[in-house]
Design a protein around this ligand. Structure first.
Ligand SMILES: O=C(O)CCC(=O)C(=O)O
Length: 247
């Protein structure tokens, strides 16, 4: 664990191969398939994003999985996950979100370069996102790319994007950033963890293979949240998405 923490502090992310064993990975996939079939249709529309709202096979993102299925609550509060989060953040943590992410074959959109902390509105920036892969992911289907060490350079300017689910992107993203980034790859059960200031993005999925993952967000317990600011941002975003007919 000490080594992971050192890597996390140096690079702003860690890449843990085989975090889940084969049986656990299969269980996660089976549960997620059942969740999509049986539970997602009953979740409020603003918590569920589709590439094409009319086509339910294009599911892209679902928020707060643990509100709808205890399986995810158990996973997010399991010893293995919480111990890792506490160790990387250096203290007790609070679970803030758990999302399903999918890039649908051929039409899954790119994730714009961003820092998660821009959305979080917290001080200090002591938060992580875990990205647990449900299957094979690489450049061709939009696995995450990181800019190593970028968490040490503070928050960059962001601006509104047209990407559903990733409404903010770095406004001065440059060729230098692109030259510095590293493309991650993952298999089912592999876990990536990044700091809330680490710059990351992902390609569109132009392949025939879906790219599914579960994202967990933890804040260190002592961070102060601008809850009013965050809720205002969220409600304005929801109003905009409804007005645009995207949700
Ligand atoms: O799944 C993706 O494409 C990006 C996920 C992401 O940006 C995040 O979890 O912070």
């Amino acid at each position: 664990m000490y080594k992971l923490k050192q890597l996390f502090e140096r690079d702003g992310y860690v890449d843990i191969k085989g975090f889940l064993g084969r049986k656990q990975s299969e269980e996660l996939l089976t549960n997620t398939e059942a969740f999509i079939k049986n539970i997602v249709p009953r979740i409020p529309a603003v918590e569920v994003y589709y590439e094409d709202k009319q086509d339910k096979s294009t599911l892209k993102q679902v928020q707060k999985l643990y509100d709808y299925d205890d399986y995810y609550l158990k996973l997010a509060t399991s010893d293995a996950i919480v111990t890792l989060a506490e160790s990387l953040l250096g203290g007790p943590v609070v679970l803030k979100n758990m999302q399903y992410f999918n890039k649908v074959p051929r039409i899954g959109k790119a994730t714009p370069p961003h820092q998660d902390g821009y959305y979080f509105k917290i001080q200090p920036q002591q938060a992580i996102t875990m990205w647990l892969s449900l299957g094979d992911a690489d450049a061709s289907n939009g696995a995450v790319c990181y800019v190593p060490g970028s968490h040490k350079a503070g928050m960059r300017e962001h601006t509104t994007t047209n990407t559903l689910g990733f409404s903010q992107g770095i406004s001065d993203w440059s060729e230098i950033d692109r030259a510095n980034e590293l493309q991650m790859t993952a298999k089912a059960g592999d876990l990536l963890v990044h700091h809330s200031l680490t710059i990351h993005r992902a390609n569109a999925n132009l392949s025939e293979c879906s790219r599914q993952s579960i994202g967990f967000i933890f804040y260190r317990q002592d961070v102060v949240e601008d809850e009013l600011g965050h809720n205002l941002y969220k409600s304005q975003l929801n109003e905009k998405l409804i007005a645009q007919g995207k949700v």
